[in-house]
Design a protein around this ligand. Structure first.
Ligand code: HDD
Length: 698
């Protein structure tokens, strides 16, 4: 059975698709049928509008109140419905009901977001991505409100408003929108050593994902799993994308922000519409409480991760997103996540960042959703029954019956009654606490650079290059020299070469103290690199096929068939819309133009032979290819198109030799061979190593 989401029942009856056929009448919110929706009620044909026009007043009043405050952070986002299923019972670890039965599908609603930008800002900016999952379990709502980066900027929630004020547009000019590349952000970061680890992640390609479907998710904090006998273990939650972790090129991300501000939103929506359901595996890193002290860092410190080569991630279940929302506002905008929404079998730790969040999320919804009853909004409602003595308040929907709204009572036979832990009542892990009251940071939170260095040394050369370029770009936008200099000094504490390279790009000289050495040399953690992740397929990838009159449709059809068999989507792109006549005389229908779907909207480009003269005389077509080449994408040519590549300076791979992602039909090579090599190239995602990309005029 496919579980329905909790808000299905709440869909307005009048949203039935056949509502016209049923003769549905336009009415006021009170049900009075409206005879004229074109004209307000006037004193005479040219006279003033009358105050008594309740139809006009109701309509305009409602319109005037259509906006609610956007989220103070994570305002820009999109969401989808889906299901979660565990692979095998996790009863040894937790008594959480939704983690017991592999046959059980738990409905979920997942919202992805950027952090810094306003609700209408562009998707592809450099930023952390929110990855918030609401599980509608039979034992209550569980929210895992995470990000696509496993650590955070700060260790204590008391610094969150400072962080966000520094990141958001500067308060005098309200600039820049959705960008960290400005003075106040780097001023703050350069003065906050604890943010160093996070900032390396933010400057990496993790912060410009190709798609939300291709990024990891993390619960960030250490939580606890508790089994039926009360045994508690520490846990870190991970989401591993089945399609792998992939990024855009920075130049591409910036261009996309202009070409398609909705790039990630569209990608998610279209994938689900097409039946390409995004999938992640839930991963757990489990640490016995007795072993926590041996990790070498404090598990309560949210600026630290547990390297996977220290504690492997156990993959325990699958999340599948399979349905787009019906209404953006009702669902995606009104959904209210809260890390404090827990179910029995999962518990918090005393991470001071998490502890502050437990206050913040409920509090913010009171303003954003206008009062204490937002749990009754359909998207926030659990699917299990709930009973308590809370009553009244703004926008109360439920009509409580009876006269008893207190406990203990005898007039309602003691209902609703408490439930003992053995019978499924939530109870907190009885963590022993015996300490003076202090406003102090634990000494175990004092080291800030070792894991930043671990991240740096675990990156491939190309990923390190991108990090250097990102720092150089961001700090290059900083107008106060002292801030740039201070940040270079922070980087010196991570890695001398990193600091040196960033300094060079900024016209500075690095050369302070070398980073402190650890007692035992750090071993790279390969899972921190994105390269080579995923199932190696080309599923859901988008391929542009450039066409004009005379295009070799035999080659086009053969390659397109192979791509589609592999699960990719191929679209025909030309200088104009309409039809073209192929070499065989067949008519081809164009999907998009060079302008409406530029190369940045695709993962790969194919040019069949036949129409090459037209394409080589088109600045737009040549730019299309050069830009795809510059962004490291797989590109392929058959027939005369091979000469076009040569002409515009795109160097083909050796036939069968080293793979640079430029697949040209060699003498005697069949179309099947070309398609195979092209598919293998697309599966590699990008060819970042193309050394000549800086020479490309695109
Ligand atoms: Fe937060 C939203 C994730 C620290 C206060 N946060 C928000 C969302 C995500 C996160 C994904 C968007 C939820 C949605 O889609 O509606 N936040 C995180 C992570 C953090 C984190 C992974 C660190 C590990 N957040 C954090 C702190 C505070 C907040 C320390 C405050 C003390 N976050 C909020 C908030 C938001 C929010 C102001 C804005 C809108 C909302 O909650 O519902 O309360």
């Amino acid at each position: 059975m496919t579980p329905s989401s909790p808000h299905d029942n709440a869909k307005l009856q009048d949203l039935a698709p056949d509502r016209k056929a049923q003769g549905e009448a336009l009415s006021t919110n009170q049900g009075a049928r409206i005879a004229d929706n074109q004209n307000s009620l006037r004193a005479g044909t040219r006279g003033p509008t009358l105050l008594e026009d309740f139809v006009l007043r109701e309509k305009i009043t409602h319109f005037d109140h259509e906006r609610i405050p956007e989220r103070v952070v994570h305002a820009r986002g999109e969401a989808a419905h889906g299901v979660f299923q565990v692979y095998e019972s996790l009863a040894d670890l937790t008594c959480a009901g939704f983690l017991q039965d592999p046959a059980k599908q738990t409905p979920v609603f997942v919202r992805f977001s950027t952090v810094a930008g306003s609700r209408g800002s562009a998707d592809t900016v450099r930023d952390v991505r929110g990855f918030a999952v609401k599980f509608y379990t039979d034992e209550g709502v569980f929210d895992l409100v995470g990000n696509n980066i496993p650590v955070f900027f700060i260790q204590d929630a008391i610094k969150f408003p400072d962080l966000v004020h520094a990141l958001k547009p500067e308060p005098d000019s309200e600039m820049p929108q959705a960008a960290s590349a400005h003075d106040t952000f780097w001023d703050f970061i350069s003065l906050m050593p604890e943010s160093t680890h996070m900032i390396l992640w933010l400057m990496s390609d993790r912060a410009i994902p190709r798609s939300h479907r291709m990024m990891e998710g993390f619960g960030v904090h250490t939580f606890r799993l508790v089994n039926a006998s009360g045994h508690a273990r520490f846990v870190k939650f991970h989401w591993k994308p089945v399609l792998g972790i992939h990024a855009l090129a920075w130049d591409e991300a910036q261009k996309l922000a202009g070409h398609d501000a909705d790039f990630h939103r569209r990608d998610l929506w279209e994938a689900i519409q097409a039946g390409d359901y995004p999938e992640w595996e839930l991963g757990l890193q489990i640490v016995e409480e007795a072993d926590a002290d041996r990790l070498g860092f404090d598990l309560l410190d949210a600026t630290k991760l547990i390297p996977e080569n220290l504690v492997p991630v156990r993959r325990v279940g699958r999340l599948t997103l399979n349905r787009n929302p019906d209404n953006f506002f009702a669902e995606t905008e009104q959904v209210a996540f809260h890390p404090g929404n827990l179910v029995p079998g999962i518990d918090f730790t005393a991470d001071p960042l998490l502890q502050g969040r437990l206050f913040s999320y409920l509090d913010t919804q009171l303003l954003r959703l206008g009062g204490p009853n937002f749990h009754e909004i359909p998207i926030n409602r659990g699917i299990c029954p709930f009973h308590n003595n809370q009553r009244d308040g703004f926008k109360r929907h439920a009509i409580a019956t009876g006269r008893v709204a207190y406990e203990p009572n005898s007039l309602a036979d003691g209902a609703p009654h408490e439930v003992a832990p053995e019978a499924g009542g939530f109870h907190s892990v009885p963590e022993p606490l015996n300490s003076p009251k202090l406003r102090i940071r634990s000494a175990s939170f004092g080291e800030h650079f070792e894991q930043a260095r671990l991240f740096w040394i675990s990156q491939s050369g190309i990923e390190q290059d991108h990090i250097v370029e990102a720092f150089t770009f961001e700090l290059g936008k900083v107008t106060v020299p002292a801030v740039r200099e201070r940040m270079v000094k922070v980087l010196e504490t991570v890695d001398a070469a990193l600091a040196q390279r960033v300094a060079e790009g900024l016209g500075l000289v690095a050369g302070g103290k070398p980073p402190a050495q650890t007692a035992t040399p750090l071993q790279p953690s390969p899972e921190l690199s994105m390269i080579g992740s995923g199932d190696g397929s080309i599923r859901t990838r988008k391929v542009a096929i450039l066409v004009a009159d005379g295009v070799d449709d035999a080659a086009l059809d053969a390659v397109r068939r192979a791509l589609e068999t592999g699960g990719a989507h191929a679209l025909l792109i030309a200088a104009r819309l309409g039809t073209f006549t192929a070499a065989s005389g067949a008519t081809l229908q164009v999907d998009h133009t060079f302008a409406t779907m530029p190369s940045v909207a695709f993962d790969a480009v194919f040019v069949p032979g036949g129409a090459v003269e037209t394409l080589s005389n088109s600045g737009e077509a040549v730019y299309y290819l050069l830009e795809a080449y510059k962004h490291g994408k797989a590109i392929a040519a058959t027939g005369e198109a091979v000469d076009l590549f040569d002409e515009i300076g795109i160097l083909p791979d050796d036939c069968g030799g080293s793979l640079n992602g430029v697949v040209c039909q060699c003498d005697g090579a069949t179309l099947e061979t070309v398609a195979e090599r092209f598919i293998a190239a697309i599966a590699r995602h990008r060819f970042w190593q193309r050394g000549d990309k800086h020479l490309i005029p695109a």
